[in-house]
Design a binder for this molecule. Sequence first.
Ligand code: NDP
Ligand code: OXD
Length: 314
Amino acid sequence: MTTLLFYSDSDDIGSRVDWWRDTVAEQMPELEFRAWPDAGDLAEIDYALVWKPEPGLLASLPNLKAILSLGAGVDHIFADPQLPQGVPISRVVNENMALRMREWVLLHVLSHHRRQREYDQLQRARVWRDLEQPHAGERCVGVMGLGELGGDSARHLAAIGFDVIGWSRSPREVPGVRAFHGRDGLKAFLAETDILVSVLPLTPETTDMIDADFLSRLPRGASFINAGRGQQVVEADLLAALDSGHISEATLDVFQTEPLPVTDPLWTHPRVTVTPHIAAFTDPRALVRQVVEDIRRVERGAEVTNPVDPARGY
Ligand code: NDP
Ligand code: OXD
């Protein structure tokens, strides 16, 4: 009997264990589904489907054949100092995830571009006034991360007329996007960017990357939109850049601490929009299809669908 262990530290996902059990059973009735903490004999677990597994959990499964991430990001798996070496890791990639991210990115880029925050203030004050509106081709949107999600958003930003540039670790070609890469390309990329969008994975290289020095390389008045990970941003430096006017506004979906603590100044900053890590989310049915596909592949000796490279960390 092949056995899957399901673990999630998120109440949203964890409270729907019966849905996951039933949906997995519909697609793979021969698979035994166990939900943490009712894991039974740990030596019987072949696959672990996880979100933020507690440290040491995966190392306690001696016969694990693959780790399947409940999210697109895998930093929650690499955060485990006892992560077993050599066990393949698969992460979520599907069109619905890219579509959701694209919707969120376009919504907020357009809101920054069309100065919606200022119009909201004018409405509250009952003031009828138009603000200068450059057209999209005069606005440079810089997208950091040109992978499954960032690449798709960048392409669609270009399709509605923005001047789009992108930044990745290695050279990438995205239709309609002028691409920069690596540390060497970063300065030039930032110097051109009016609206910065980050969809980067969290790795040792990207942790605390967006600090005072980084932000100072953007033109004065640039704005920032983050859907990558909160740990990439030194939040005190971002607040200082907002207060000085160097950064005109920020829309943040991800934070150093989630949920964002009620006392955090980001909640009430007049030029910050907060969304609760909802930019893109996994379509659970598509994810179950991917899980079943991954298990079938590994059982026949093939590679998982979307392998993560432990050396890169994403
Ligand atoms: P991919 O692995 O497909 O793409 C990652 C991109 O980031 C690649 O272009 C990669 O470069 C680039 N990159 C990685 N490290 C660096 C670096 N050090 N310097 C420059 N570029 C770098 O990931 P996805 O697009 O699927 O997902 C990206 C991230 O989005 C996830 O890891 C997660 O953190 C976040 N996310 C957020 C969600 C939300 O709701 N807020 C939902 C889902 C994901 P290269 O092309 O050279 O490999
Ligand atoms: C993520 C996700 O990685 O929601 O943030 O999938």
